[in-house]
Design a protein around this ligand. Structure first.
Ligand SMILES: [Fe+2]
Ligand SMILES: [Fe+2]
Length: 247
């Protein structure tokens, strides 16, 4: 079932939390629409493709899909890219570091003229007249890693940062108790294992503290809503030892 994160009639942000069935890791896919134009965020792979296509059509026409954003290169992020390229005119937004790896998911020639490489420092884009910011989060967990900040909804779509391992039904909710995220949601173990090191964490926290964030919404699991929880998450992540710190 789709979860409406924001809807003011013109601008919508939608989460799909229950499309992955079977052995694949639970993953959230997102759509942003503005004035009838749309963008998909981290649409996933074959497990989600046909379900997401059907859901997306409830919000905008496939012909109005302007962008497929890939926060990074993982299979749960963008392995379905060939399908989106075939049936829409969308451009693919992905880190410049991964631009020439994405064609390996595709038929020969499918990505020609369709890729928009995101520079190292990030960039601003517009969707149907609405601005969106692509925020760098390098080495969290991969080089060439970006997030989407939407200044209208004040949502930061944070990719793997803030991820937890819960059911799709629970992923549609919000964390009320931060310690539950760390323990039952495996948030502590996930970030210790998948994030590369505290220096990267601190650089990212410095970057996103400059944004007016009301909601951190990750690619796996439930989200962090309201200034208190957002700051609780940022304070925790800023001091987290992970990756190379623990090797
Ligand atoms: Fe990932
Ligand atoms: Fe992921």
């Amino acid at each position: 079932m789709a979860v409406v994160l924001h809807d003011d009639g013109v601008h919508k942000c939608i989460a799909f939390t229950e499309l992955v069935q079977g052995e694949g890791v639970q993953a959230n896919q997102f759509a942003i629409s503005h004035n009838g134009y749309g963008m998909l965020l981290d649409p996933g792979g074959n497990l989600t493709y046909k379900h997401l296509l059907a859901e997306m059509a409830n919000y905008f026409l496939p012909s109005h899909l302007k962008y497929v954003f890939a926060s990074h290169q993982d299979p749960d992020i963008v392995a379905s890219v060939n399908g989106w390229l075939l049936i829409t005119d969308a451009n693919i937004l992905v880190a410049a570091e991964w631009e020439r790896f994405i064609p390996h998911f595709c038929l020969k020639g499918a990505t020609v003229g369709r890729m928009i490489p995101i520079p190292y420092e990030g960039m601003d884009i517009e969707l149907g007249g609405s601005p969106l910011k692509l925020i760098p989060a390098h080495y969290l967990h991969t080089i060439g890693n970006f997030q989407v900040y939407d200044p209208i909804s004040k949502i930061l779509f944070s990719g793997d940062i803030g991820a937890s391992l819960v059911s799709g039904e629970e992923a549609g909710g919000i964390w009320e108790d931060f310690d539950e995220f760390l323990t039952r949601g495996s948030g502590l173990g996930f970030h210790q294992h998948y994030m590369s090191g505290n220096k990267a964490c601190r650089i990212w926290v410095d970057t996103v503290r400059k944004l007016d964030i009301e909601w951190i919404v990750p690619q796996h699991g439930a989200s962090f809503k309201g200034k208190v929880m957002v700051n609780r998450f940022l304070d925790w992540f800023e001091t987290l030892e992970c990756g190379l710190d623990l090797l």
